[in-house]
Design a protein around this ligand. Sequence first.
Ligand SMILES: Nc1ncnc2c1ncn2[C@@H]1O[C@H](COP(=O)(O)OP(=O)(O)OP(=O)(O)O)[C@@H](O)[C@H]1O
Length: 618
Amino acid sequence: MPISYSLSSSFILPNSNLHPIQFQTKFRTKNNHHFPNLKIRSTSLRTNNNTIQFLKPYLTSQQKPILYGWLCSAISVYSLSNLLSKFSAVTTATTTVDVRQGLALGGLVLVRLIATYAQHALLWEASLNAVYEVRVHVFDRVMQRELTFFEANDAISSGDIAYRITAEASDLAATLYALLNTIVPSSLQFSAMIMHMLAISPELSLISAMVIPCMVLVVTFLGQELRKISKKSHISIAALSAYLNEMLPAYLFVKANNAESLESVRFKRLALMDFSAMLNKKRMKAVIPQVIQAIYFGVLSILCAGSIVISRGSFDRCSLVSFVTSLLFLIEPIQDVGKAYNEWREGEPAIERLFAMTRFKNKVVEKPDAVDLDHVTGDLKFCDVSFKYNDGLPHILKGLNLHVRPGEIVAIVGPSGGGKTTLAKLLLRLYDPISGSVLIDNQDIQNIRLQSLRRHVGVVSQDITLFSGTVAENIGYRDLTTKIDMEKVKHVAQTAYADEFIRKLPEGYNTNIGPRGSTLSGGQKQRLAIARAFYQNSSILILDEATSALDSKSELLVRQAVERLMENRTVLVISHRLETVMMAKRIFLLDNGKLEELPRSTMLNGHMDSLLSSGHIV
Ligand SMILES: Nc1ncnc2c1ncn2[C@@H]1O[C@H](COP(=O)(O)OP(=O)(O)OP(=O)(O)O)[C@@H](O)[C@H]1O
């Protein structure tokens, strides 16, 4: 469905493979500076052990490959057990080895290899599928979050969000695989080996079992340590990713300010933090298998010495070989359990960080009986609207009233920070007023379906949002996932005075315009944005500082395009620029939370000087 104004994301457009997910708010959000405090939320991490609950539905949906994978592991263990019995018989045989025995051994080896391969492949398939579903769920939930999630003071930075959905979700696949590959396959191998050993010597098997509690104690302790270290490393790498995500798009600013070395220092600081966190994690991960092996081989040596005493020569050679081989194969599942446990502890923070973004309650909620508006004439009313962003913050709007008639063009001027953009956000229902109401065609917008509302209200702002992708995809963004109407794209481009420059591009409408439209000039970007608004064809239009200072030719083209765009629409012009303001029929001054109408004629004469001197217009 088309959206007039939404979270902009330079995510990959179809046919384009350039961009990481990146969230920015499209209007000038108040923390959208290039150098914000890189706050990486760690407080939202829950420390309970219920993370498996989050994953349950995703694992349940993968029953089929999981069960087949486990079946393959049973076949693999069965062949191993048989192999061990036959192998010990062969190694202790006094006469030459019979060909059939050799073939049977070879057959068993082959079955084990194939079954083990299938086990791994199927369990990876299940893990990766589950992660795909988790990713889609998390992304959809993030898309459902309201604007405050992205622009509040304590908002999670776009880099951090991107890191969670990309790298941390990938880590989750390894965690899930380790878990699935342990629960049944390792238990099967462990049980088979124990049974094998019990059959040969119950006493020796019991002594061997001593190894288990030792392992459990050590692995649990080390796992807890690993979890703590791992949490730190997740936070440090997310900080690095957030930094890069915000700094790289600002390369022009950085270069213009000779700030390369400054940024290098900032980068090194964060990279160093990540280095030490990562090193600690890797060291811990490296030490764990060694500790496990040390315990295992310690117990094994005691066992071997003990076995000689206990058996007092009652073992035949075949049984001894079989017993020791089983013991050796026992280490594999024990180690796997340890590894899986550690993977789990290591992956837990990633799971919590991912799902933390999905737990929320939006304040802007669509009513179940909200209506779809087919056609909108564009009658717009703000009735006694009061608004503040948060409880502790001051009122931005105080009982504001405004009536814009269908097809009317109204300009709002006022001091910076006066609340002009906030007014537009309320019209789009990105926030709800704390009192009063906003009406479109006499219908309270709280009774209109959000998609329907945003389809009828278009926005062109100075912070133009263009994506990596072709010119046509950017203009026809509304139909990106369905079918872009190329005739319409060309028509709206002509209307927006963009067709001429588009045709000169190497591949015309199919030219890729680079990240955020980096290959285009300011005026070209503005005309593309206007063409997109034409394509969307909303009855109500918000022009938020839509025209910025350009060279006179470009400015003329943009202004003419804007004039055409405003025809037959209700338009709210938010601007500081005199040329733009003068396009409006009525002009209002928004100051101290209230609107005051400035008579146009008066403005052109008396008020003008004071507005210019106060900086309300330029
Ligand atoms: N998400 C937010 N959380 C808290 N305060 C905010 C938020 N967004 C805006 N504000 C504050 O609300 C006030 C009004 O902001 P708004 O963007 O509506 O002003 P404006 O009139 O459009 O300003 P300008 O002309 O400079 O663009 C400002 O003081 C701003 O700091």
